[in-house]
Design a protein around this ligand. Structure first.
Ligand code: FMN
Length: 395
């Protein structure tokens, strides 16, 4: 020991190290609190899930149901205008998720999901919504006009499920198969003539789907622009979650409480590290624990009206599944890669794989997903509030 090092006796050493521990623990608690470890699902970004029935007018309450819909990367690409007898839905093209969705297929599916929620909410409000899709051929951002007229109030199980529906990215229960009646009931929910559901239930079908999904994930992270555009919607910091009220969050990853809190606690991973974890998770947990996979297909994979109709069907399926205690997660990477190949005019690897999965060239895959019973509850994703998505509302 050199002369200028403090000569701590045992008692003062314990005192100093105790103080260091308290300071360290204090800063850990502070970081934990700062990253929202103690406040998952709370704050302004989550209020729309709780106050969706509280707005003062029926049209606002209908829109409040619309914004709780499933949508790509939680980009919430919507703007609503309303009068007392109509709601107009517009696409916010600035919220396109880049070359993950080069033809805005997913954007239109998500907007279709919002339309379905609004139709269900209108019925519960005693209003029948007559839906006109893409009503203005000169304005591609004008997605739908909902004409509202008085009707007997009709609250449905699907309407009641709106605030309980969340994408479940956790492991599904491998000991609990989905009964065949559930597959039949889900098929019956698809009543759009231009939409059809293909199932992958047996081992051979699930393996084929998983191979395509895994190949798509690997190709996606190897495409730097797709990786960057996806990462742009990643919200690691709790303050970012609350500020933006959009995007993909740690809480919604289905990692379970211990891993989620650890991930919140540790410094942010790089985009490349997150990409690697994403593929590993897909290979080791997401695909192997699925009870089955499905693909929603449309007649024309480039037709936005059909994408909107597909979105309505998807939202209905997810809401119905919620009433049955089923978990769902869209797995769109194979379609994202197929679109990207088309955009770049590159070798149609995933286009071919997806075509083979569907096995019928008169249908084109637009919305692949997995289904199963959950092993853990899914957390809600943040949402932008009514006033942020509903400018110039006339009363
Ligand atoms: C067209 C479309 C594509 C989607 N693709 C994926 C996907 O590939 N992987 C995934 O985990 N979630 C996917 N989702 C789910 C969204 O990320 C999710 O709906 C959004 O983050 C909001 O969360 P919530 O559904 O829990 O409200 C997709 C949703 C839509 C509508």
């Amino acid at each position: 020991m050199t002369s200028h090092q403090p000569n701590l006796n045992r008692r003062s050493f314990l005192k100093v190290s105790g103080a260091v521990l308290i300071v360290a623990a204090g800063s850990s608690v502070w970081r934990a609190a700062d990253q929202g470890i103690f406040s998952a699902g709370t704050g302004r970004a989550y209020e729309p899930w709780k106050n969706w029935r509280n707005a003062s007018t029926a049209t606002e309450r209908i829109v409040a149901a619309g914004i709780l819909a499933s949508n790509p990367h939680n980009s919430q690409p919507w703007i609503f205008h309303s009068t007392s007898s109509a709601i107009d839905l517009y696409a916010d093209f600035e919220r396109q998720i880049g070359v993950i969705d080069p033809f805005r297929r997913e954007m239109h599916i998500g907007l279709g999901c919002a339309i379905e929620n609004m139709v269900l909410a209108a019925a519960a409000e005693g209003l029948q919504a007559e839906v006109h899709l893409l009503p203005n051929p000169g304005v591609s951002s004008h997605i739908a006009h909902l004409e509202l007229s008085a009707a007997a109030p009709q609250s449905s199980a699907l309407y009641t499920a709106i605030p309980n529906r969340h994408t479940n990215r956790g492991p599904y229960d491998t000991t609990r198969p989905v009964p065949s009646e559930s597959f039949t009931s889900i098929e019956q929910l698809v009543n759009e003539a231009t939409v059809r559901l293909f199932w992958f239930i047996d081992m051979a079908g699930r393996t084929k789907f998983s191979q395509a999904a895994e190949a798509a994930c690997e190709a996606l992270i190897a495409d730097e622009q797709q990786s960057l555009d996806s990462h742009a919607w990643w919200r690691q910091d709790w303050s970012m979650v609350q500020q933006h009220a959009d995007g993909i969050t740690l809480d919604a990853q289905g990692l379970g409480p211990i891993l989620t809190n650890l991930a919140k606690f540790l410094p942010d991973g790089s985009r490349q590290q997150n990409d690697q974890i994403f593929v590993k998770n897909m290979r080791q947990m997401i695909l192997p624990t699925a009870a089955a996979f499905g693909i929603l297909a449309v007649r024309d994979g480039m037709d936005n009206t059909q994408h909107l109709e597909c979105g309505r069907a998807w939202q209905r399926i997810h809401l119905w599944g919620t009433t049955q205690g089923l978990a769902f997660q869209p797995l769109n990477q194979m379609c994202e890669r197929a679109d990207r190949e088309r955009q770049l005019n590159s070798q149609p690897i995933l286009n071919q794989a997806v075509r083979e999965l569907v096995g019928d060239d008169s249908w084109q895959a637009v919305m692949p997903f997995r289904i199963g019973y959950p092993t853990q509850a899914a957390h809600p994703s943040p949402r932008r509030r009514l006033e942020e998505v509903m400018p110039h509302t006339e009363s």
